[in-house]
Design a protein around this ligand. Sequence first.
Ligand code: UDX
Length: 429
Amino acid sequence: MKIWIIGTWYVWLIQALWLAKIGFDIICLDIDKNKINDLKNGKAVIYEPWLDNILIETKSKINFTTNYYDLNNCDIIFVAVWTPQDKRGRTNKDFIHKASISIKDNLNKGKIIVIKSTVPVWTNKEVSEILWEWFDVVSNPEFLREWKALDDFFEPDRIIVWFDKNKKTDIAKEKIKKLYDFFIKKEIPYIETNWSTSELIKYAWNSFLATKISFINELSQLSDKVWADIEKLTIWIWLDKRIWKKFLNAWLGYGWSCFPKDIKSLIHQFQENWLGWKIISSVDQINDEQLDYFLSKIQDFYDDISKKTFLVLWLAFKPDTDDLRESRAIALIEKLKINWANIYAYDPLEKARENTKYFYPNINVVERLENFENIWDIDWIIIATEYKSFKELNWQDLKIKVSMPVIFDGRNILDKEKIINIWFIYKKI
Ligand code: UDX
């Protein structure tokens, strides 16, 4: 079975590589010539562990192209183009519409078109209308996380599909089932549903996780006020078996890749259906406020932060990624800078440091943290991303560099007892 994937960014590239690894022949198309050239030369365009190795391993099974005509001998076409948000927070569907028109104009009829991109309700129906009854349209949303994308692809929690009704739907059903046979054999739930459920699931899933985060973050503010311990509170909530502990950490809040975008899109979907929405709009608002709350904690400690020098540790929106989009660390640095603070910032991933220097040239990025030799006159330290390796940092040595040994831990990651024992003042969420 030959598979064609339109788009070479996150979801798409991972999908392509693993399908090739399982044994399928893949052709990847992207209209960006530079990206395709990089991929042809074995250069990964995104950062994921093991990606370079898999690109080499699957070289003979994957071809890359910028030309729709090259793809006429494929059976299944995955449409996994970008669905960014527009200025008002709605999902921009231009790329998906353009890809559908290109399919209609350039490809032989009878192919199966699988929509992988995260799209709001009605989009699959719109694609069906563009492709009419010449093609079979299937909705099959994707749930990959950055840095875990390879694991998530191989161990999905479920596979959701919707098939548009068509004369050849049964053949399409058979082929898609065959494609996912590897997973079905592993007893991963393979669920057929209706079009709107399939479209809504990704938004529901991500918004619920974000809601858990904002719930506990909001509670952390009350806890502070009444001297309750939010960390203990959280652990004891987890003891109830009905409550799953993941995504229930009182921290600085969430960033990219999908939460902010999907929440905004969901709000518009409520709006477009003339419904009120309450919980979901508070989720984003609490996430923003948590950043201000953390900043106020710093300012409570010392009123005037202008000219103070902070070392901000870890820059990406979550550990082990180079992705800075909506990163809480970057957002916090920008707020500190507005208050005239000086910043040193560090991330263990070279690519994250490079991206910071490129996109935020006014941030002073530290290249190495060993021996702390290139850092001077820090006043305070901020932990902004939840790297576990952080715990192993030589805090004793770092203390020598700090004029006032205070750590503001935005991810409650350090062992309070240990850090206080080495004479740091420790402030957490
Ligand atoms: C998310 C979804 O999990 C995934 O299903 C979807 O396909 C894409 O969006 P991703 O953004 O890559 O994946 O990372 P994830 O691990 O979900 O973390 C998102 C953000 O939540 C990070 O900024 C993380 O720091 C934050 N987070 C996580 C919290 O603030 N608190 C927590 O308790 C857990």
